[in-house]
Design a protein around this ligand. Sequence first.
Ligand code: CA
Ligand code: ZN
Length: 296
Amino acid sequence: MIESYVYHFSPDNEPVKRVEKGATVTFKTLDCFSNQIKSEEQLITAIDFDRVNPATGPVYVEGAEPGDVLVVDILKIKVGDVGIASTLPETGPLIGKVESSRTKLIPVKDGKVIFNDIEFPANPMIGVIGVAPAEGKVPCGFPGSHGGNMDCNKIVEGARVYFPVRTPGALFQLGDLHASMGDGEICGTGIEIPGEVTVKIDLVKDFPLDWPVLETEDMWYAIASDHEFEKALRFASEQMQLLVSKAYGWDMTDVYLYMSVRGSFEICQGCKPSGFPTVVRFGVPKVEEKPRLINY
Ligand code: CA
Ligand code: ZN
């Protein structure tokens, strides 16, 4: 079990474990506030912000080189029995209509979330997951083409995520579990919760990829982000267009038409206004009679 935390994605982070491809690894994760909040009297405005958005790792994958793709199977996500949601000052569409920072402790029991006087199914997911960028350091609270804080509620048990490797060893890390989070995460938090994640890590050698790709039981998604909504949409669309064209042998215009008549454009992170980039995913269904978009 890995229990070592970092606050950036960076090729300069010291790996805490080295694994061969095919390895299964378990990460112990803190919640996105580094477990600093223990009661509803504690407001988010009073915590130490140098310690928000920790990720566990990084893990060095032997043989991973820039130009490869890291393949991560989410085998198991275990979350704690109480999570935290909070409104954040100056964040989201309902600024000015709500308390600017209210801490709410939310019980999670037997796979169910208890919110006030109702219950609904939990959907444990990973908010922060990715590999090191080629250079510099990206705070774990931000998304990018390396992954990071993508806040995609489809990164759950059984999902597979592909990342473009940018530095030797890939330097994989994850954190920021949510017991539940709606698409867009409009107030800026999900049900923030500590836990444990077990993944299997593998490699596809020499495969061109610019953005993370998510594979679910029946869909492929390209996930992209930018401060400008239009750019995020364009990046995700371009990545999907390339993958489909290459796998299906269709030209770029036919792929564009196909994406429009059958694809699905969805929001991962859209709490606007805020300082956070918008994260989107573009999905297409899996097609049995055609090759997989990434041959793994
Ligand atoms: Ca997050
Ligand atoms: Zn979170």
